[in-house]
Design a protein around this ligand. Structure first.
Ligand code: SOE
Length: 377
């Protein structure tokens, strides 16, 4: 029976549920060196917090996160909070020696991102940044095909992360629509994911140019819909970038793409082949093998459910597809393994990746002001 590690989660909304499911499921499907104990759930709203803790089996609830960090019996702090709260919590938790499982976007600015990384490195803790899409088996296969040279030299990256939940002008003003809380709009929320995959698969981005647009500038205040508040972040952001390897790319981000619910996609074109992937069909990877028989050339659709692929053998037989929530379970498994054996298994993306992504994001913001290309290194 593996020894136990006590987890405390800060936040109990969408990500709180996805993370709770991961901590609850990981030991049932993976041979983990530790059993995660759902010890404390922390939040401000006592009623919803209590219901969340009961539903997911968190043993205790707490409204003051600092009291949790002071506890010697807490081993892992799971940050499932709005972005503006990440730095203060992560720095204090690192200084208290807690391992960190932190939601994206990493931080609201580069200064805080660098402070978070420094605190984590100084503390020698395991620090993970939950860009969970790296742990879709199809994305892992894409990484392997690229590393095996199947695409040759990457010339083009074409990415998009399109949602539609703000197409309704009556959607209230929430924290994701305020710069002080979110860093920016879809550029931070969705672009951080898209940039993580671009850099994970195609390498470092060295310079960017970015265009943003506001469509809706006022939205009703949820607590008093008769009043409105100001949206001070972009509604959409389109960026172009150059890779250190010489390739070029584009990424589109929006939450106004009517009909697109969670449409995170990439297309990668090399001089030897190509790959495309769509989160809304996340188990499939489209692969064009440039070295294949020219008479039968074409994109082939790989259903990435064979047990030979990473993570898949822990779930179901071929063809029994997995979903969004499984990527969080994969992350929890790798995170626990990294705690057990920090010398050999590290878990990425980590806070250093978070700094890199934030560097690129801030270069995008500078470009929206300058109208020019900006260095991202
Ligand atoms: C945005 O709507 C969002 O919730 C992101 O914040 C998450 O990271 C993504 O996984 C789903 O969409």
């Amino acid at each position: 029976m593996p020894s136990r590690l006590n987890v405390a989660i800060l936040g109990h909304r969408f990500m709180g549920r996805a993370h709770s499911n991961a901590w609850r499921q990981v030991g049932r499907f993976f041979d983990c060196p530790y059993e995660p104990v759902l010890k404390v759930a922390c939040g401000r709203d006592a009623g919803p917090l209590s219901e969340f803790a009961h539903r997911w089996g968190w043993e205790e609830t707490e409204s003051d996160w600092r009291k949790i960090i002071e506890r010697k019996d807490i081993d892992i702090i799971d940050i499932a909070l709005p972005t503006f709260l990440h730095a203060e919590v992560a720095i204090a938790a690192a200084q208290a020696g807690k391992h960190l499982f932190c939601e994206k976007p990493f931080a609201i600015n580069l200064t805080e991102a660098e402070q978070m990384l420094a605190a984590a490195q100084a503390a020698g803790i395991v620090h993970y940044l939950n860009h969970n899409y790296r742990r879709c088996p199809a994305v892992v296969l894409a990484k392997k095909l690229i590393e095996q040279g199947e695409l040759g030299t990457i010339r083009h990256w074409r990415g998009a992360y399109q949602q539609s939940w703000l197409s309704d002008p009556s959607h209230p003003l929430d924290w994701k629509l305020r710069k002080e809380f979110a860093g920016a709009g879809p550029l931070w929320d969705l672009g951080s994911h898209a940039l993580d995959l671009a850099q994970f698969l195609a390498g470092d981005i060295i310079r960017v140019v970015c265009h943003t647009k506001q469509f809706v500038t006022q939205r009703p205040i949820a607590s008093n819909p008769a009043t409105v508040g100001t949206v001070d972040v972009e509604c959409a952001a389109n960026l172009m970038f150059e890779l250190g390897s010489g390739g070029i790319g584009t990424i589109e981000t929006t939450r106004y793409a009517t009909g697109r619910d969670n449409h995170h996609t990439f297309e990668i074109y090399g001089d030897g082949g190509a790959l495309t992937w769509d989160l809304e069909d996340m188990n499939r990877l489209q692969f064009f093998d440039g070295a294949g028989d020219q008479s039968t050339r074409g994109f082939r659709s790989i259903l990435v459910t064979d047990p030979s692929h990473d993570y898949v053998k822990n779930w179901w037989p071929p063809g029994h597809i997995i979903g969004y929530e499984h990527t969080f379970v994969h992350a929890a498994a790798d995170f626990l393994a990294a705690i057990a054996d920090p010398g050999t298994s590290s878990v990425t993306p980590d806070f250093s990746d978070g700094v890199r992504i934030t560097q690129v994001l801030e270069a995008c913001l500078r470009s929206t002001s300058s109208g020019a290309w900006e260095s991202a290194t």
